[in-house]
Design a protein. Structure first.
Length: 243
């Protein structure tokens, strides 16, 4: 447990944790602007620590979390331009930290995603954790369990995977365009484009741009594209892995 009593959130907002406020391991705390408005929208029973003053800007702001001793626990700035998701800027979604077995860095835009639920999810988790062996392919459809998790398909049903597989097409100027659908709650996995000249040594594709994102319900459609491919002898693959 962490005793946050006297700790502070500063930046676009200002908030001091009440004396004696203890945060148990793995639990959440919510700082809100107006309790009456918050409870009217989200109900009671949320882990509310208190009310803050100020406001966080949709287009980007800074957040600084300090321990009661004054030591910095976390300090970062979020934004609404790539590689940050634009979907938390005035369209009803909130920024949500992804699930990970690794150490989360709030300053890393790839460790955030838009909330599945419009209006945000203050005080509760909405991510679906991955369980099992990421490399297994139980339904023998050519997609690993972690790939099916990322794509929102089932590794127990061979008919659910291929139709949802990423689609690769030619774009303007001779480049490649990759399109895939990704359920936001499947946030414990990530996808990488990699290239190889010999199918043995793989490296990140240097010229792939940050994906364009389109949001519909709880699903994000990602579109990547390259410029003209001058070297036709190279191979490409989409690599899925757990965070």
């Amino acid at each position: 447990s962490s005793d946050l009593g006297g700790g502070r959130l500063s930046g676009g907002i200002d908030f001091v944790f009440p004396n004696g406020w203890v945060l148990p391991p793995g639990k959440l705390a919510v700082a809100i602007r107006n309790r009456t408005a918050f409870e009217a929208r989200y109900g009671t029973g949320r882990p509310v620590a208190g009310e803050f003053s100020g406001a966080l800007a949709n287009e980007g702001d800074r957040i600084h979390l300090l321990a009661p001793s004054g030591r910095t626990l976390s300090r970062f700035r979020y934004d609404d331009t790539p590689p940050w998701t634009p979907w938390a800027d005035g369209v009803g979604r909130s920024l949500t930290l992804v699930q990970s077995q690794e150490v989360i860095d709030p300053a890393n835009p790839h460790h955030w995603r838009p909330s599945v639920t419009a209006g945000g999810t203050p005080g509760w988790e909405e991510g679906v954790p991955f369980r099992g062996d990421p490399a297994i392919d139980d339904d023998a459809d050519g997609l690993s369990a972690v790939a099916e998790y990322f794509l929102g398909t089932s590794d127990q049903d061979s008919n659910s995977g291929p139709n949802q597989a990423p689609k690769l097409t030619w774009g303007f100027g001779g480049g490649l365009v990759l399109t895939l659908n990704h359920p936001l709650e499947a946030d414990q996995a990530e996808a990488f484009w990699e290239t190889s000249a010999d199918l043995e040594s793989w490296e990140a594709v240097p010229d792939w741009l940050e994906p364009e994102s389109r949001l519909g319900g709880g699903t994000e459609t990602l579109l990547w594209q390259t410029g003209s491919l001058e070297d036709s002898s190279r191979f490409y693959r989409l690599h899925f892995r757990l965070r």
